[in-house]
Write a protein that binds this ligand. Structure first.
Ligand SMILES: NC(=O)c1ccc[n+]([C@@H]2O[C@H](COP(=O)([O-])OP(=O)(O)OC[C@H]3O[C@@H](n4cnc5c(N)ncnc54)[C@H](OP(=O)(O)O)[C@@H]3O)[C@@H](O)[C@H]2O)c1
Length: 273
């Protein structure tokens, strides 16, 4: 999709290193940044400081970036909330969005994602309310696109059956043992939704150790991690990496140029699940 990089830099779990690592990622060449207004796992204001440092240094301009943030329900937060917990969910969405724009020093993000549905079992009325408020934020010019995260096929089916607007993005943890989230990816493909995969390395240690992946990596003179990122892109995913290592940043970005053959992609896809 135009304007969406194939690899996003994830800013979770970086705490005091968030600002420096965000700037380093931009200097390394990342043009997509994933964050969330969830202080428990992300330090969004420090992401904004990293962006500002990169703008000041002339590394990149806002227009060249894809910025994605998320709205997180109170159940997924600690005490550092970006909204009034007593307010209705629609107000919380608006407050969270206003706070994200301030943190990131922008008037509009590129993507605003529902971090996770209220229940693991299905799409709820609360989710419909939050989603409607997110659509309002989009209609008000505060985000270009919308997404949902941590969703099952059931969530997506119920969400769209309820007449709700489909998301532009689905962001999920991608387990190879579930056919690399096969069912959700198939749903996304059918509807032109862009699938974003995270934990591609950490959820799949057996793949990184697999002899097939080792053989493919050695044939292409790259690392197994690079094979996994390239595989993800080859099957249509946008991949996320939150590496804290400059050399891994370079390798993760370079994975886009690994020329995997179709049969190699198919072999990795059917490794498990
Ligand atoms: N929507 C959600 O609920 C959700 C949940 C989790 C994550 N996310 C997003 O996804 C991003 C990525 O998270 P993640 O779960 O995929 O894990 P991650 O934080 O990116 O961890 C990746 C691990 O792989 C290592 N690694 C990265 N590139 C490597 C390479 N080329 N070679 C060897 N090791 C490499 C990293 O180590 P080094 O640091 O040493 O490179 C790190 O230990 C997060 O920052 C966040 O933005 C979203």
């Amino acid at each position: 999709m135009t304007g969406v990089p194939r690899l996003l830099y994830g800013t979770a779990w970086k705490e005091d290193r968030t600002e420096a690592l965000t700037e380093l990622a931009l200097r390394a060449g990342f043009r997509g940044i994933d964050t969330a207004n969830q202080r428990r796992h992300y330090f969004e204001a420090a992401v904004g400081a990293g962006l500002a440092a990169a703008y000041r240094a002339g590394v990149v301009t806002r227009a060249e970036l894809f910025l994605q943030t998320k709205f997180t329900y109170q159940a997924g937060q600690d005490h550092r909330l970006p909204y009034d917990p007593a307010a209705e969910v629609a107000t919380q969405v608006a407050q969270s969005m206003a706070s994200s724009l301030e943190h990131l020093g922008t008037e509009r993000v590129d993507s605003f994602v529902l971090h996770g549905p209220a229940s693991g079992y299905g799409w709820s009325d609360e989710d419909s309310e939050a989603w409607a408020a997110m659509c309002d934020a989009r209609d008000g010019g505060r985000t270009r696109w919308l997404g949902v995260s941590n969703v099952s096929l059931r969530h997506l089916q119920q969400m769209t059956a309820a007449g709700g607007e489909a998301p532009t993005f689905v962001q999920n943890r991608c387990f190879a043992r579930l056919g690399w989230d096969r069912q959700v990816r198939a749903f996304c493909t059918e509807r032109g939704i862009v699938y974003q995969g995270f934990s591609l390395l950490t959820a799949n240690p057996e793949v990184l150790r697999h002899p097939l992946v080792a053989r493919i990596a050695s044939q292409h003179r790259v690392t197994p991690a690079q094979v996994v990122f390239r595989f993800a892109q080859a099957v249509g995913m946008v991949a996320l990496t939150g590496t804290t290592d400059a050399e891994h940043m370079r390798q993760d970005l370079a994975s886009e140029t690994v020329a995997l053959a179709d049969d190699e992609v198919r072999a990795i896809e059917s490794l498990s699940g």
